[in-house]
Design a protein around this ligand. Structure first.
Ligand SMILES: NC(=O)c1ccc[n+]([C@@H]2O[C@H](COP(=O)([O-])OP(=O)(O)OC[C@H]3O[C@@H](n4cnc5c(N)ncnc54)[C@H](O)[C@@H]3O)[C@@H](O)[C@H]2O)c1
Length: 261
């Protein structure tokens, strides 16, 4: 289904990024995998190419895009998937995380996508064949991550960026998708009871990849691998106060030590 497509994925050494890379590879795409350290063996297993890329550094993002374009051909689909999360302050103070954790969250969860879109969108407009920009945000980008304001805030920003690309560049044949999962098996959630025992399901990266494929086929902006996230989001839009009260109640039932970030 994606034969003749060149797909680039960041944060692809494992978890959701690798699951998405596998899905594209199995569907005929040529794939470029990148992570802080080049995921060489993972790429080899897929017949893909590996690159190192720090998405928080604009030169590094540009170098990844330039190298993949030169090695494989113009990138058609970019998956901005690398992400980080840090907890709130030691006593749960919402702005209590240190400046470094806020700064890193902003650079990786938001600017990583800005840098890539800044490089790719003009290339896609110039070649006249469009492109697709996919951001792995989170359910926390539509709702809230209890225990991590820096994650909630930067993932909301990531949703806003995906939305902006979708609105501004459809006329250029550029599509955007925004992936908003709850808990998924990866290094980020490994060993966390809260995630593994989530009542809404602890999914595999392949489930998220399958949901992305379905959203592309159906021309859906949001990728809701946990469909219940769509229901919660609608509920929040219909009655924000009720949503806040519900989240306060939910938080009161959580042991702070069980919080995922
Ligand atoms: N696992 C979940 O439950 C879940 C839920 C919602 C959203 N997400 C999001 O999914 C994405 C993938 O996370 P995952 O769950 O697969 O976890 P993961 O830890 O397996 O993957 C994140 C990857 O990002 C890479 N990374 C971190 N900083 C980077 C940087 N500066 N430059 C390049 N790469 C960097 C890491 O090395 C890692 O390989 C993230 O954006 C995360 O926020 C995860």
């Amino acid at each position: 289904m994606f034969s003749n497509k060149i797909v680039a994925v960041t944060g692809a050494a494992g978890g959701i990024g690798l699951g998405i890379a596998k899905m594209f590879s199995e569907n005929g795409a040529t794939v470029a995998l990148s992570d802080l350290k080049a995921p060489t063996s993972e790429a080899e297993a897929l017949g893909a190419k590996a690159y190192s890329c720090d998405v928080g550094n604009e030169d590094s993002v540009k170098a990844f895009i330039d190298a993949a374009n030169a090695d494989l051909g113009q990138i058609d689909i970019y998956i901005s998937n690398a992400g980080v999360g840090f907890g709130d302050g030691p006593n749960g103070e919402v702005a209590g995380g240190d400046n470094q954790s806020w700064e890193t969250s902003w650079q990786v969860n938001v600017m990583g996508s800005v840098y890539a879109a800044r490089a790719l969108v003009p290339q896609w407009i110039e070649r006249g064949q469009g492109g697709r920009f996919v951001i792995t945000a989170s359910a926390a980008g539509l709702l809230s991550q209890i225990g991590s304001a820096s994650y909630t805030v930067t993932k909301h920003a990531a949703v806003g960026l995906a939305e902006s690309i979708a609105i501004a560049h459809r006329k250029d044949g550029i599509f955007a998708n925004c992936i908003c999962p709850q808990y998924v098996r990866s290094n980020m959630t490994k060993g966390q009871k809260f995630a593994e025992e989530s009542k809404d399901g602890y999914l595999e990266p392949s489930d998220v990849a399958a949901a992305l494929k379905a959203s592309i086929v159906n021309d859906d902006f949001l990728v809701l691998s946990h469909p219940v996230v769509g229901d919660y989001f609608k509920g929040k839009a219909m009655d924000y106060n009720r949503y806040i009260h519900g989240m306060v109640k939910l938080k009161s039932k959580i042991n702070p030590q069980d919080l995922p970030l």
